[in-house]
Design a protein around this ligand. Structure first.
Ligand SMILES: *[C@@H]1O[C@H](CO)[C@@H](O)[C@H](O)[C@H]1NC(C)=O
Ligand SMILES: *[C@@H]1O[C@H](CO)[C@@H](O)[C@H](O)[C@H]1NC(C)=O
Length: 506
């Protein structure tokens, strides 16, 4: 995709009529990095991204393997960018040639920045156990965000996170920071478009939108500056969900996934080259790499997992946020016709289970839900590919509660249950906390195994070994494990190809 290059002049932002939006404080030195976030960029590289409240001529990071000695410096090859309605500039660069699974220290140059650290990506095929958190529909805490008072856990060694500790899920992500290695967040990130829920913001939407975004990414930074934060889009990134995009109340900079594209377009990966010794697998992986379109659809590998991030919002038949889509968001397309599907098929086909036994796909809108039909066009588009290539786990959100489904295909539970099923096991981790609150269950399908909506919670996938995966749902306010399940997959076939007719046997 082509990142937006629309540089705004600073003064142009001061023209809004009735100023009611409450912005977070700016740092005294405007070059100070804020909203820091890191992402897996490739097998041996990590993207470092952040914002500043002033244009920065050159964005650079010092780094090394000791907090006290940062001998390497890398600078961004691009100018910093912004877009209308943002108060901040966006920066992104990549630290390359990293050793796998090694702790690196980094310090963004400028203002009052501090040394942070991360674990570099585990090499594809590394069978060391690790955990990945699935966080969907998160949202900001406080002004124009959700306001349920939270648990005050211990802060560990994370500096400066007063606001995030009030957000029970971000707070729990902080207190458990040593328990997981990365986060996937497929959609509905900051809920900035929900400024319209507060009537007083009506004539100040542009600022209210920007203020919520700033607050959300400030709250998340203590987590996202240390753990790879991998995103794909949801409907709230579109982002005039509540104020029609054609209405005068939908400001420029708030349409067609603008913030999402500017913020994440340069730091999500495409797809990895295959480590398989099978030639066709390598060809498919290269094809997927060429068709990937970050931050909308892409994949990465981490240890024993191959993770695909998909776009359930645009770029497939009857996509809900596409032009003429049912949600009226008229966004995209972001790729050529069929590009996302061709990417997905090539990517899934490339996965060699002897290298990465676990195949996980994360997207925003689920098709198995407990309050209606779910995303029908998503099911029609994606589910056959999930089945054909034996996707082990599907991670979704969009509905604001926690759910787990037994492996199922086309509405039929796999008779193998959790013991070597052919069908995909579905996890919904959409009850993590946002202004819209938790959603009720109206009609729970028979193959639902867990449904919880009393409090904010999230799912942790624990990759134990090549055959065993444990999924825990954790209650954010208390840390209690609400549900735990173990999926066994033999992963005997290096390349899974299941006949869709097989469903008749299950
Ligand atoms: C977070 O909680 C603290 C302590 O209860 C409180 O002082 C502060 O105002 C809260 N912050 C927000 C943004 O609600
Ligand atoms: C949204 O942005 C993409 C990428 O720049 C562009 O191709 C598409 O036409 C835009 N859609 C709308 C409705 O503006």
């Amino acid at each position: 995709m082509v990142p937006l290059q629309s540089l705004m002049s600073w003064t142009a932002l001061a023209t809004s009529a009735v100023a009611v939006a409450v912005y977070p404080d700016k740092p005294a030195d405007l070059a100070t990095p804020v909203q820091q976030r890191i992402a897996i960029d490739g097998p041996n590289s990590m993207a470092i991204s952040w914002n500043t409240y002033e244009h920065v001529a050159q964005a650079c990071v010092d780094w090394g393997t000791s907090a006290a000695y940062l001998p390497n410096t890398v600078c961004a090859s691009k100018e910093s960018v912004t877009y209308p309605s943002s108060r901040t500039w966006f920066h992104s660069l990549v630290l390359s040639d990293l050793d796998p699974a090694t702790t690196y220290y980094y310090k963004i140059q400028g203002g009052d920045s501090e040394v942070e650290h991360f674990l570099s990506p585990r090499a594809s095929g590394d069978k060391t156990p690790f955990s990945m958190n699935a966080i969907i529909d998160l949202g900001a805490y406080g002004q124009d965000g959700y306001t349920i008072s939270g648990n005050k856990g211990r802060l560990d060694d994370i500096p400066k996170i007063p606001m995030s500790m009030n957000h029970t899920t971000i707070g729990r992500l902080a207190t458990t920071i040593e328990d997981y290695e990365l986060i996937v967040h497929p959609g509905d990130l900051g809920y900035a478009d929900t400024w319209a829920r507060n009537p007083k913001n009506k004539n100040d939407g542009e600022n209210a939108f920007a203020a919520i975004l700033e607050r959300f990414y400030l709250q998340l930074a203590p987590i996202s500056q240390r753990k790879p934060y991998m995103v794909s889009p949801g409907n709230h990134e579109a982002a005039c969900e509540l104020t029609h995009h054609k209405s005068k109340f939908c400001p420029a900079g708030q349409k067609n996934f603008t913030d999402f594209r500017v913020r994440f377009g340069d730091n999500m990966p495409t797809a990895f080259e295959s480590k398989s010794d099978d030639e066709q697998a390598r060809i498919n992986a290269n094809k997927a790499k060429a068709l990937a379109n970050p931050p909308f659809w892409f994949s990465f590998e981490y240890g024993m997992a191959h993770v695909v991030m998909i776009d359930t919002e645009t770029d497939f038949k009857d996509a809900p946020d596409g032009i003429g889509g049912i949600d009226g968001l008229d966004s995209g397309p972001f790729g050529a016709p069929n590009q996302q599907l061709e990417f997905l098929e090539a990517d899934l086909a490339s996965v060699d289970r002897s290298v990465t036994p676990w195949l996980v796909v994360a997207g925003h809108r689920p098709w198995y839900v407990a309050n209606g039909p779910g995303c029908v066009s998503c099911k029609a588009t994606f589910e056959p590919l999930f089945y054909k290539y034996g996707v082990d786990v599907g991670i979704f959100g969009h509905v604001h509660n926690s759910q787990r489904y037994l492996p199922a295909y086309d509405g039929v539970a796999d008779p193998a249950g959790l013991y070597d099923p052919k069908a995909t096991m579905y996890v919904i981790s959409g009850g993590t906390g946002n202004i819209e609150g938790l959603e009720e269950f109206k009609k729970i399908p028979h193959f639902n195994a867990f449904a919880y909506n009393h409090d904010f919670a999230y799912a942790t996938l624990r990759f134990e070994d090549a055959q065993n995966l444990r999924v825990d749902f954790i209650r954010s306010s208390t840390g209690d494990i609400l549900d735990t399940s173990s999926l066994y997959k033999s992963h005997n076939d290096r390349f899974v190809r299941q006949d869709l007719g097989d469903q008749l046997e299950i």
